[in-house]
Design a protein around this ligand. Structure first.
Ligand code: TGC
Ligand code: FAD
Length: 390
């Protein structure tokens, strides 16, 4: 298979700087050379490719858009283009990088004490420690404000009780950022270290989606942690939701990568596969219609992502902009994967091709970090001024 050369119908690249193209090219080469040769097997065996971590860290992709503490200090557009390429490899790989960067490093960087930053950021950037983000609970997904996990102050410590569910990298993590409600009813972030008595992580099995990613449950039972492990810089639901802005932004780019992989596969296949005489299936209008839908939506998604990234770099982005990007780009990626599967016929269902893996992965991506419909409601509230969640 020739190296991936990108999808650029409308001279998107003319809007990128040399540094942005370099960041993308670096990630693209890494994915082509290190990820694609092993990812189908990881997916089949439901295992995360741990051996890639030192390389990802060396390339500066953990906490890539943060500055100092061993982080690469990329712009948000450069970071987004890296996420695009990682998800072209597999959504599980981008998930890993998103959680580590946007949901663990970003909150420590933004809301952490100097001691927390010094202790954790260099290790996390170097891939020597893995982190996870515990917000969702068995009974509270779209509505995390209702969480049952509690933190009670006892002298110089907090005692945590509760359960978190669907936590990416949970059992792999040296550090879990657990969001819990305190006695004043305010939500705060707690850094819970692996091995703390009363803290347990276990894995979810039987997933048909994100198989090359670890998804866990976390339980805290009278789990005592020192008061200096609380993130001092934020309280309220605003804390975890601020982190979600960062991660949803990366997902908005990532969806483009998964869509590109499926479009590229379907286009090649349609030009080679012959039915009804010696004509490639790409010569039929119904097949062309699907390919045209895909490239049109990928092109629109690219410009949406770039504008959100430019606004983010100028600190002018609003969370509802990011919601539109996450909602749209993941939805078109999922539909692209489904159409690509159709074009590949029976070959679309086997892992000789990437499309069904991406399709299954994108079902999770559509749901996590705010479901597709929750993002509709966030945008709806922004334009009408009326919240329709309840
Ligand atoms: P609401 O009353 O609207 O807001 C509460 C406070 O939060 C502030 N806020 C935000 N702050 C920063 N960024 C945002 N996007 C924010 N949205 C709201 C708001 O200003 C307010 O602040 P304050 O200071 O006045 O108190 O809250 P609500 O309870 O009505 O909820 C709103 C809603 C539904 C939009 C929110 O709960 C939501 O986004 N729900 C979706 C939950 C979600 O996305 N969970 C994701 C879990 S993590 C995950 O999925 C990781 S997947 C990882 C991977 O593998 O990649
Ligand atoms: P629910 O909230 O129960 O929603 C079910 C359905 O009801 C959805 O279609 C939803 O759109 C709809 N719905 C809910 N409320 C409304 C409403 N008001 N109006 C209209 N429709 C509504 N969480 C973490 O904290 N950390 C992680 O690392 C993490 N990783 C994940 C990894 C995977 C693979 C998956 C699948 C999930 C992960 N999650 C994580 C959890 C994820 O964020 C939640 O699944 C998501 O927020 C949705 O919650 P829920 O599954 O409980 O669905």
């Amino acid at each position: 298979m020739p190296a991936f050369s990108g999808v650029d119908f409308l001279d998107f690249d003319s809007l990128l700087t040399d540094d942005e193209k370099l960041a993308r090219q670096t990630a693209r080469k890494f994915v082509d050379e290190q990820v694609l040769p092993i990812i189908e097997e990881c997916n089949r065996e439901a295992k995360f490719p741990m051996q890639l971590l030192p390389m990802i860290a060396e390339l500066g992709f953990f906490g890539a858009n943060l500055k100092g503490h061993g982080c690469a200090g990329m712009s948000n557009v450069e970071y987004g283009l890296v996420m695009q390429e990682l998800e072209r490899g597999d959504s599980g790989l981008r998930s890993f990088a998103s959680v580590q960067s946007a949901l663990v490093m970003y909150p420590i960087y933004t809301f952490g004490s100097e001691a927390q930053k010094e202790k954790w950021l260099p290790q996390l950037a170097a891939g020597k420690a893995i982190g996870c983000f515990g917000l969702t609970e068995p009974q509270f997904g779209s509505n995390p404000g209702g969480m049952l996990t509690r933190a009670v102050r006892k002298g110089g410590s907090y005692v945590l009780n509760g359960e978190k569910m669907w936590i990416t990298n949970g059992s792999l993590s040296a550090i879990a950022l657990v969001w819990a409600k305190c006695e004043d009813e305010k939500i705060r972030g707690f850094l819970v270290e692996k091995g703390t008595p009363g803290f347990k992580a276990w894995d979810v099995h039987g997933k048909w989606s994100l198989r090359a990613s670890v998804t866990s449950g976390l339980a805290m039972s009278d789990c005592k942690i020192p008061a200096e492990n609380v993130l001092p810089g934020v309280e309220g639901l605003r804390g975890p939701l601020s982190c979600l802005n960062q991660a949803r932004y990366g997902i908005g780019w990532g969806g483009i990568g998964a869509a590109m992989a499926c479009y590229d596969t379907a286009l090649r296949y349609a030009k080679e596969r012959k039915q009804f005489g010696n004509k490639p299936i790409a010569s039929h209008q119904l097949v062309q219609e699907k390919l045209v839908w895909m490239i049109t939506e990928i092109t629109k998604a690219q410009f949406l992502a770039l504008q959100v990234g430019r606004l983010k770099d100028k600190t002018r982005v609003h969370p509802s902009h990011i919601s539109m990007m996450k909602m749209n780009n993941v939805a078109i990626a999922l539909e692209t994967a489904r159409k690509a599967r159709e074009i590949l016929g029976a070959n679309g269902i086997v892992d000789d091709y990437c499309v069904m893996r991406h399709m299954n992965n994108l079902e999770s991506v559509y749901t996590y970090e705010g479901t597709h419909d929750i993002h509709k409601l966030i945008i709806g509230e922004r334009i009408t001024g009326i919240a329709a969640f309840e």
